[in-house]
Design a protein around this ligand. Structure first.
Ligand code: FES
Ligand code: FES
Length: 156
């Protein structure tokens, strides 16, 4: 086991000094040291997307990302996501797209990055964009409907 080293991470526009071993993942540091538990530990193998956070605006799997590789990056978790993410939260609620909620932060952050790049994304683009995020509850349709509702708002 490697020794822990001090590391400064910029999370949600605030710098945090943490102690992390070289093998510690970003998910472990966010959840266990910073108590940012919106990113969920699902499969812990890069499959489900429940741990998704934004690193320099791009969705990444925090369970596969080493904390030390994020030294100079801007990390955004669901707790600090604003703008499109706020619109998505509202749309998810209105569409009934949150059931147990385990996938929701990953879905919202993945969708927010998609809509930042493609504000009026089509249903097909949304389905493709969210295809790496798994949901055990909703059957996906309500999630796609919610993201599409925000995209349609951008078309007006
Ligand atoms: S917990 Fe990271 S992809 Fe499933
Ligand atoms: S709402 Fe339960 S996993 Fe998606």
């Amino acid at each position: 086991m490697s020794a822990r080293q001090t590391l400064v991470l910029r999370v949600n526009d605030t710098e945090h000094e943490v102690r992390a071993a070289l093998h510690d993942t970003l998910l472990t540091v966010l959840r266990d040291q910073l108590q940012l538990t919106g990113a969920k530990r699902g499969c812990n193998h890069g499959v489900c997307g429940a741990c998704t956070v934004l690193v320099d605006g791009r969705p990444v799997r925090a369970c596969l990302t080493l904390a030390h590789t994020c030294r100079s990056a801007a990390i955004t978790t669901i707790e600090g996501a604003r703008g499109i993410a706020d619109r998505l939260r509202e749309a998810f609620e209105q569409a009934g797209a949150v059931q147990c909620g385990f996938c929701s932060s990953g879905m919202v952050l993945t969708a927010s990055a998609l809509l930042a790049a493609r504000p009026a994304a089509s249903v097909e683009e949304i389905r493709a964009g969210l295809s790496g995020n798994l949901c055990r509850c909703t059957g996906y349709r309500k999630i796609v409907d919610a993201v599409r509702a925000v995209a349609q708002g951008a078309e007006r």
